[in-house]
Write a protein that binds this ligand. Sequence first.
Ligand SMILES: [Cu+2]
Length: 74
Amino acid sequence: MFGTKTTKIKVKGIMCDHCVATVKKILMEFEGIKAVDVVLKGGEVTIKHKGELPLEDIKVALANAEYTVEGVIA
Ligand SMILES: [Cu+2]
């Protein structure tokens, strides 16, 4: 997709398929985020987005659901 960037983040607290679905749902609410892929093992989250990723807002939104963004992997 033209103009789409990919950012990978590591998220702590993803324990099951329900968490995977919850994290996806939270991230897909953000305007500009087009696709989210969550790997249960290791908590690696791949985000396809347009423009800058609102990382601070994402941290807050995930923290409200008790998930911790540990950092950007790539
Ligand atoms: Cu879970």
